[in-house]
Design a protein around this ligand. Structure first.
Ligand code: AMP
Length: 283
């Protein structure tokens, strides 16, 4: 694995790959890697000749009172894990390399960002689209890999790629969980021991809610069931519990539509998100 810090050097590597007809699989991350990230790499490894991972904690997607400064970082450990997982190129730029100037042009997410995390984190998805657009142009991937753990992000990026004809394929990867069901997340390290014991209740609550929805088709009831269990089983404060059509993220119109039941819960030092997507095939 080679480690690259500049756009110029990365472009050399990318051009070389394109000239020799290699496919490029791209895994963008913010680092502090865990098995969720590793699964994205595994998928990229199987389907492409060259695997590029980026690690960049993107200031543009954090609000003023969010955890940009204390987001967990450990590049030495990440570099080792990326290497073991089969990454060929680790792109690890500093903020000045990515944002050397600002010409004032912005990219704004559409109505998909009005709900869920977009409603609680104004501007978050605009910041995501900004970095993703830049990285896609720098890396020129054949395929880019995103986790369903961040289902709203995935849906919005798919829309960007579709509506603006980005020449790449977006690949969805299922959420990787701890044995007790907690979705793997870089932010799980911020949970206290008690909160860590409570946190698997998020997935259990979503499961109960989605099972109820698949039986009765009642959005409000499913949401109420999920909320109740989270409130009973955790000390966290619910940010949102919502059931929406996926990937449009609007009110479900009929029970043929794929839906997502998504939650965000504030614990003392971490805000956790999780979701289950119910496809009309019943998965
Ligand atoms: P992050 O480093 O948290 O920005 O995540 C980078 C990528 O990894 C995103 O596409 C996430 O959706 C994905 N990811 C994060 N956690 C998981 C997980 N538990 N399972 C699958 N993918 C994940």
């Amino acid at each position: 694995m080679i480690e690259i810090n500049t756009i110029a050097l990365l472009k050399n590597k990318v051009n070389e790959a394109i000239e020799t007809g290699q496919t490029i699989g791209f895994v963008p991350t913010m680092g502090f890697l865990h098995e969720g990230h590793m699964t994205l790499v595994e998928n990229a490894r199987t389907e492409n000749d060259l695997v590029i991972m980026s690690i960049f904690v993107n200031p543009a997607q954090f609000g003023p009172n969010e955890d940009f400064d204390r987001y967990p970082r450990d590049i030495e450990r990440d570099s080792r894990l990326a290497n073991e997982a089969g990454v060929d190129v680790l792109f690890y730029p500093q903020v000045d390399e990515i944002y050397p100037q600002d010409g004032g042009i912005t990219i704004q997410a559409g109505q998909q960002a009005n709900v869920l995390c977009g409603a609680s984190r104004p501007g978050h998805f605009d910041g995501v689209l900004k970095i993703v657009t830049k990285l896609f142009h720098i890396v020129q991937p054949t395929r880019a890999y995103f986790g369903q753990k961040d289902a709203q992000q995935l849906a919005i990026i798919e829309t960007l790629v579709r509506d603006y004809n980005f020449p790449l394929e977006i690949r969805r990867v299922e959420t990787v969980r701890e044995e007790d069901g907690l979705a793997k997340s870089s932010r799980n390290v911020f949970l206290s021991p008690t909160e860590r014991e409570e946190a698997p209740a998020l997935q259990k609550a979503i499961k109960l809610g989605i099972e109820d929805y698949s039986k009765h088709g009642d959005v409000n009831q499913a949401v109420a069931i999920t909320k109740k269990l989270i409130e009973e089983k955790t000390s966290g404060k619910i940010d949102y519990v919502e059931l929406l059509g996926y990937p449009n993220l609007t009110k479900p119109t009929d029970n043929q539509e794929d839906v997502i039941l998504a939650v965000a819960v504030f614990f003392e030092k971490a805000r956790l998100i999780d979701n289950i997507i119910l496809t009309n095939k019943g998965e």
